[in-house]
Design a protein around this ligand. Structure first.
Ligand code: HDE
Length: 705
């Protein structure tokens, strides 16, 4: 990276003639400032005008000689690198991982055995199918990638917020992604699976069914990154100092608890604030509310592998927590935003093959394929083999080897020796079998074949187990999501085939989706070799709502104000919100704020049209009679309240706000907290809002199929 030159110059009136800006330097901050230079360090005298053959009255031709202009434009022309083919849309943060419980018995990795040691991390969250500029609230699995800069090398846990995947073998990944991304002839739709090619592919790929249940669930529309679980997905291995191996699955569990938005809300957030998730991550860290996760493991041995109903190497299956409990071993805190989005978030290169001694791969064919793909993709994205030297990718422990040269070699290795073994110089780097990475010893024999193991053939049992482990509300949402997506599919045969696969999970689910689509007649099951087991017990841990946290901590309250609002109501709400750990934002008809009844100005954070209620977890209407009357004929205000109601949010209101509630079609229920006597029901509102959404309201605002 280029250092800012130390050279300083003092801002002064420019005396040379012929500048287009009145003959003055731009001076924004006054005083001294760093000298602007070219990449080569030449001081720049004029950054406003290209060099021309000119007189002061008319510009003549621009001169090719202008190296300042050429260098600036040339660099600009090459500012972009290819975006990631998947997970292009992402946001990231720095932080640390701290081990709280030693796994020394199972792993010799320092990061898993030295309790209390803090390891720097960089975590990137992403959607999968959308391009870099796509909205955050696409229905999609989220990437959850963590680079741990351990003292023994980088360990990248490149996971997702869903514990299973669409396919069992890496050879199908390009097909899956081609089907999910924008269709190749028309270039749309992007950032969504609601189109023919995706459903065509998955309806012909029954192994996707379990994952479909997850992505049609509210897991695919999280409220914030800090409200997501993370999963390593594959089974990995741990190796201890004696060489003994243990199987492991990794889980990140959010301290803020799981939370999602409602589908209609997601659609509107994408318009209201397409950066909703990245803004939340940035703001939370900026405000010192650091997102935090526990790292937990599921440990198991060959005996469990033999008795488990499915193959632990099949990435379309999970191991229910009820069967192998989670053991919490550490925590990750994200406490620093990137300094530069491109240098860090864009250039970070996660790679599944980055493991450290004490952690090893399993034979999961998806993981094995990924171990090839991630290194390979960095070469085209980052342009050459030296990308590990970029500060965000470089290990924070000593690194030395004899790899040399290549594009953008930033190091200047001294000496004659760039090979091993060698004898010409003392202290050259050497391998060491005692400390170096070793693979788990495994006896393997068999025929060379392109096959899938038999145990991989059950595609429906866990899909069924997932569905029936959900609350009724969550089941309804899954059904609605299938209906929404399939209603965007134009080819009827594809819709019918999806129904035929769903019938393999459960006839009832298939019938409900068919009803919502208006498809009559018998659903033809797609032929399958292994029918769904009906005896798998429910797993409550798979539900978001069964383990939701009831708290306002980290939540956003939107308060609608207008001229005449009571300043004391707003002040009390602010006090209460702060006590509950929530953030309060003011929405007013004008960004300049509202004039309170006592004449004071209440500052606004959002102008009404730019602050729809979808951006907030719950809303409060702090309105005077005039304010409520004026806003009742303001479509954005009516939509603000109506949307909050139909998104099942808790609504608090001063008694004078009633006309706006009426205009918005709000019906009284336990989530509408409006005092009928004078005064503002602030405590009741906050207590109710901490409980979360009013799920019972849902059947009154949308059809449940
Ligand atoms: Fe990825 N995946 N993936 N993937 N993946 C990439 O690597 C790939 C899979 C995941 O924030 C790419 O650097 C194959 C599962 C995350 O930078 C690429 C297969 C899981 C990220 C790639 C999978 C993931 C990626 C594109 C099937 C969850 C974003 C850019 C065998 C466990 C990391 C890049 C970031 C990114 C390949 C399946 C997670 C092309 C071949 C399963 C979080 O290498």
């Amino acid at each position: 990276m280029k250092k800012q030159p130390a050279l300083k110059s003092t801002v002064a009136k420019k005396t040379s003639e012929g500048t287009g800006n009145g003959g003055e330097f731009h001076q924004f901050s006054g005083g001294t400032h760093a000298q602007l230079t070219t990449q080569q360090g030449q001081a720049i005298s004029d950054d406003e005008n290209s060099l021309k053959l000119s007189n002061t009255a008319r510009p003549g031709p621009v001169l090719l000689e202008d190296f300042v202009l050429r260098e600036k434009i040339n660099h600009f022309d090459h500012e972009r690198i290819p975006e990631r083919i998947v997970h292009a849309r992402g946001a990231a943060a720095h932080g640390y991982f701290e081990l709280t419980d030693s796994l020394e018995k199972y792993s010799k990795a320092r990061v898993l055995s030295q309790v209390g040691e803090k390891v720097p991390v960089f975590a990137r969250f992403s959607t999968v199918a959308g391009n870099a500029g796509s909205p955050d609230l696409a229905r999609d699995v989220r990437g959850f990638a963590v680079k741990l800069y351990t003292q023994e090398g980088n360990w990248d846990l490149v996971g997702n917020n869903i514990p299973v995947f669409f396919i069992q073998d890496a050879i199908k990944f390009p097909d899956l992604i081609h089907a999910a991304k924008q269709e190749p002839d028309r270039g749309f739709p992007q950032a969504q699976t609601a189109h023919d090619t995706f459903w065509d592919f998955v309806s012909l790929t029954p192994e996707s069914t379990h994952m479909l249940m997850w992505i049609m669930s509210d897991r695919a529309i999280p409220r914030a990154f800090k409200n997501m679980e993370g999963f390593g997905v594959h089974t990995f291995r741990l190796i201890n100092a004696a060489g003994k191996t243990t199987f492991v699955k990794f889980h990140w569990r959010p301290k803020a608890g799981l939370q999602s938005v409602i589908w209609d809300e997601a659609l509107k957030i994408n318009g209201g604030d397409p950066d909703y998730h990245r803004r939340d991550l940035w703001n939370s860290i900026n405000e010192g509310k650091f997102p935090e996760w526990e790292l937990a493991v599921q440990l198991f041995d060959e005996r469990f592998v033999d008795k488990f109903e499915f193959d632990v190497l099949d990435a379309t299956k999970l191991i229910p927590e009820e069967q192998v409990p989670l053991r919490v071993i550490g925590r990750m805190v994200l406490d620093r935003n990137p300094t530069n989005y491109f240098s860090e978030t864009e250039q970070v290169a996660f790679m599944t093959q980055n493991v450290v001694a004490g952690i090893d791969f399993s034979n999961d064919p998806l993981l094995q394929g990924r171990n090839f793909s991630y290194l390979d993709t960095q070469l085209s994205r980052l342009g050459g083999p030296n990308f590990a030297q970029l500060p965000i990718n470089a290990p924070k422990c000593p690194m030395m080897n004899f790899q040399r040269d290549g594009h953008m070699q930033f190091q200047t290795p001294p000496g004659r020796v760039s090979y091993s073994p060698s004898s010409l110089e003392q202290n050259t780097a050497r391998e060491d079998p005692r400390t170096g990475f070793t693979s788990a010893k495994e006896h393997v024999e068999g025929d060379k074949l392109r096959v899938r193991p038999e145990l991989f053939a059950d595609h429906f049992s866990q899909a069924r187990q997932f569905f029936f482990s959900q609350t009724e509300t969550e089941q309804n949402h899954i059904v609605s999501a299938f209906i929404f997506e399939l209603s965007k599919v134009e080819t009827e045969a594809v819709r019918l085939r999806v129904l035929g696969q769903l019938a393999n999970v459960d006839n009832g689910i298939a019938q409900r989706v068919a009803n919502g689509l208006g498809i009559k007649g018998k659903i033809e099951k797609v032929a399958t070799t292994v029918p769904a087991r009906e005896d798998l017990p429910e797993s409550p841990a798979l539900s978001i709502l069964k383990k939701a946290k009831k708290s306002l901590e980290g939540k956003l309250i939107g308060c609608l104000i207008a001229d005449g609002s009571e300043a004391t109501v707003v002040a009390n709400l602010r006090k209460g919100a702060k006590k509950a750990g929530a953030d309060l934002k003011m929405i007013a008809p004008k960004i300049g704020g509202a004039i309170a009844k006592n004449g004071a100005v209440i500052e606004a954070d959002f102008q009404l049209a730019g602050g729809p209620s979808v951006l907030f977890d719950c809303i409060f209407l702090a309105l005077s009679p005039e304010g409520a009357a004026a806003l009742s004929s303001e479509a954005a205000a009516v939509a603000f309240v109506h949307d909050a109601f139909s998104h099942l949010k808790v609504i608090g209101a001063t008694p004078d706000a009633q006309p706006l509630l009426d205009k918005a079609g709000v019906l009284a229920d336990k989530g509408v907290v409006s005092a009928n006597k004078k005064g503002a029901p602030i405590d009741d509102f906050l207590t109710r809002a901490a409980m979360g959404r009013i799920w019972e309201r849902e059947p009154s605002v949308r059809t449940i199929y």
